[in-house]
Design a protein. Structure first.
Length: 217
């Protein structure tokens, strides 16, 4: 399926440049969101979270890109992605404002018994990064798949490079958040905006909008 020699042809290089340009142009909100989700962890853990989470998303994104034409026929896909993103926003908000537990109030000096005070969970952060990246990248996938539909190897390499650069940029954003905590609320606002946009488009889109189920479109 993948003819990697195709990448080094004039047509392949031209398409590769277009894929990277399109993906990076559409990925601005992704970078802010991923950086927000990875903030609050030590640098080593932050890199692992972004690396694993983005890597998981990339596997699915490449698979989605190869069947992009079929994705266009799945009613409710964009709507479901928006709902998933809302769930990510809620989990992030809960981590920013954890509820006090009786154990934490009654006996705050026993971390060895009750565990560390941090509310951030490594595994949950990886899942959140993967879900957020996957949900927000549906439009990216459809755009680049349309550009590189005749060059699957170029599509693979282009998405891999774009996602790698996105992960590096998200790490920079996460470091900025460590210094300027207010940025995390900007990231949360971006998540909510993108989720709302996806839910709206996933409802009214004439091809895959759920509004057609109710005879509204």
């Amino acid at each position: 399926m993948f003819d990697f020699a195709d990448i080094f042809t004039p047509a392949g290089l031209a398409v590769l440049g277009q894929v990277i340009l399109i993906d990076l142009t559409l990925a601005g909100d992704n970078v802010i969101v991923l950086g927000t989700l990875a903030a609050g962890f030590p640098p080593a853990q932050r890199k692992r979270i972004l690396g694993i989470g983005v890597g998981i998303a990339m596997v699915f994104l490449i698979g989605f890109a190869l069947v992009a034409t079929q994705l266009l026929s799945i009613v409710g896909l964009l709507f479901a992605g928006g709902l998933l993103l809302l769930w990510v926003a809620w989990k992030l908000f809960r981590e920013l404002h954890p509820a006090s537990t009786p154990a934490a109030v009654d006996d705050p000096d026993t971390p060895a018994i009750e565990g560390p005070p941090s509310t951030r969970n490594f595994g949950r952060a990886i899942v959140s990064v993967a879900i957020a990246d996957l949900s927000m990248s549906l439009d990216n996938v459809l755009a680049v798949a349309g550009t590189a539909r005749d060059h699957p190897a170029v599509l693979f390499i282009g998405l891999a490079l774009s996602v790698t650069l996105m992960g590096l940029a998200a790490n920079i954003v996460a470091r900025l958040i460590e210094r300027f905590r207010w940025i995390i609320y900007l990231g949360l606002a971006v998540i909510l905006y993108v989720a709302g946009k996806m839910i709206h488009e996933g409802f009214v889109d004439p091809q895959i909008g759920v509004g057609r189920w109710f005879g509204l479109i």
